[in-house]
Ligand binder design. Sequence first.
Ligand SMILES: Nc1ncnc2c1ncn2[C@@H]1O[C@H](COP(=O)(O)OP(=O)(O)O)[C@@H](O)[C@H]1O
Ligand SMILES: [Mg+2]
Length: 362
Amino acid sequence: MLTEILRKKGYRIFRDEPFIDREEEIEFLKEYFKETQRRILFIYGPKSTGKTTLIEYVIEKELNDKEYWINYLNLRETVLATYENFIYSFFEEAKDETETKLNRTYDLKIFKLEAKILKKIKERRINLFAELIRQFEKIDRKKLFIIDEIQVLEDIYINGEKELLKEFLNFCVRLTKETHLSHIVILTSNTIFLNRIYNDAKLKEISDFKLINHPGKEVIIKLLKDLGYNDSQIELAMDYYGTMISRFFKMYQYVKPEDNIEKLKDYLESEKLDAKMQIVEIFKRYKKYNLPKESKDIFLRMAKRLIKEDIRFEDLMEEEIGIVDVFCEKEILFFDPKTGIITPNSRIYLKAMEDMIKNNTG
Ligand SMILES: Nc1ncnc2c1ncn2[C@@H]1O[C@H](COP(=O)(O)OP(=O)(O)O)[C@@H](O)[C@H]1O
Ligand SMILES: [Mg+2]
């Protein structure tokens, strides 16, 4: 329904859904992949700004299969959490010897390995990443290795140690800076994680950081007009949602342009309540998050500033830092390591904070 309306209005459709805006980002990525592969590209930004959709669009629609060999791994989709599963996202046991020879000629995303080599990798007698590099060397096209939701790797232990992520990042350095074998793109919404990397001098030096933020206002105003909403509906909806694309698609399912404004208001209020509950949950369970009991008051004082303007990391007070970390981890706040600026992940959280401040004082 929504897709049909927008298709008729000339919107780009990707996987049966409208794909909006992002011209600048698409061009950026196409140009980036043309250059020699010497660096790691981190694509980051608040949750649900469209990072995953963007990269999937670019690799499916804009890059030529004959020119690029692309390996795309989304760690949120795979049932990971163990080292063994991680291995299977690259390798598979070959049924016989001829199958291992296919690795070079066929367009395999998962490499076929002899059972005995696979076993050695599992037992860590052969290094997983060394084997991956050997396989990469065989491929005669430009290579593009993309890993989404990388922070998942932090939770995987090998022999009781958290070294998989470290090994993986070393592997990225080898593939890019040292051997120029492959482009690497790493995606994440988790800026606490990203910040750790950003402050690692060795990695920072060879990495680029591309922020994918919510789109501009004009894009959303046009979208809502094209869907048939009037000016006051648009103004109201954007006051709650800012420019977070996916929220408006969901809104369209519940409140149609011909519905009255009260219905829209009720719907948006229920969305705000939901955002508020996510915040309240953290304070109710402050112990679970290792926060002090007074966190709520500290947070609300900070929220007052946040409503007026973005907060800079350097201006945070000591007692606020731990709270900001938890809220970033829960993807309610967003911290941009490049600029040091803290914003709400999306405007709905700001509305929730406004509400909490009002109820707290009056
Ligand atoms: N450019 C876009 N146009 C339309 N919908 C989009 C666009 N980008 C993202 N979306 C929608 O927003 C939602 C979140 O996008 P996603 O790519 O998963 O965000 P992220 O990876 O940044 O968390 C998805 O449902 C997706 O369909
Ligand atoms: Mg994503």
